[in-house]
Design a protein around this ligand. Sequence first.
Ligand code: SAM
Ligand code: SF4
Length: 356
Amino acid sequence: MAYTLINARPAGRPATEASSTALAAGQGALVDSFKRRVTYLRLSITDRCDLRCTYCMPERMTFLPRKDVLSFEELDELVTAFAAFGVDKLRITGGEPLVRKDFMELMARFSRHLGNGLNELTLTTNGTLLSKYAGELSAIGVRRINVSLDTLNRGLFEKIARRDMLDDVLKGIDAAIAAGIKIKINTVALASINEHEIPDLMRFAHQRGADMTLIETMPMGEAETNREEDFLSLTKVKADLERQFTFTDLNDTTGGPARYVRVEETGGRLGFITPLTHNFCESCNRVRVTCTGRLYTCLGREDGADLREVLRTDPSGDLLREAILGAIARKPKGHDFNAERLATPASPRTMSHTGG
Ligand code: SAM
Ligand code: SF4
């Protein structure tokens, strides 16, 4: 194994003295002009992927030249800077994060901040390679993982993801659970595609002790599908499910934008992320950094800063910290997605570029 295990500890413990000291030492917290404190970073470590989900990217996707993508050292410097600013939750995403070469070495580097700034290190994955890495992820302190899964039907999986890899995903989910990692299943709700399967997917998740979150399609990047046709309002999904299941509203949040209910029949939790029908911006605590080092302070807008430029030109890190603070100060009040604009992307970026 090419990396050393540093500071593994259970997630969910409060931020330690070290992180409070970093704040007290004068770096300050990241508070925007609407008094929202940014404590959650989603970091994309690659734009590459082994699937081609139709709503996410075209079959012939053009990936970025490698020199444009941040190196391990640059990614590490970024994470260190955000952790010193009081960001205590780091979610690694992509593209598909597990396809990045030496992925575990990078994760092990990030894990040294656990208990020393970071409270939680987690990731969002399509699960195809999870069976390979689940044990090692658990060993470095990863306690929760989001796995994207839109169907349990092999043929439909191949149609949506354009690859016949459902079995790998299911093996990955089992391996993660066996390694003691809590799984959340993320499902994009697609009208007439997986709409009918949502109750089965929910039972599948809850039987494994996993939460499930439903997501509405977002107008990100050029897809080869008709988003207006595929768009399925979660208000409708919720109403349909409530004919079969009893929901109790929960106040839980997991630091993300989902609103949760308890499903009495299964005992599990079901979350709804509704960027188009419900505005979740008021309590937004998160920012995203792409694998090219572009900081986006809002998923649906272009506001942010180019952190790669300062990472590559200023070894002192001063310009990096200034760029982060400047961008947070300009964080917009909210996104401007709306259902009428589904056909024209609110953002030209694909989700795989920004990091979902
Ligand atoms: N490859 C990983 C995965 O699929 O989980 C991580 C990156 S992926 C971009 C993150 C999440 O974004 C996935 O759950 C995916 O289903 C979702 N996603 C991608 N494009 C989307 C879109 N246009 N609207 C809504 N969700 C989208
Ligand atoms: Fe890959 Fe995730 Fe996009 Fe699917 S949603 S193509 S798995 S990045």
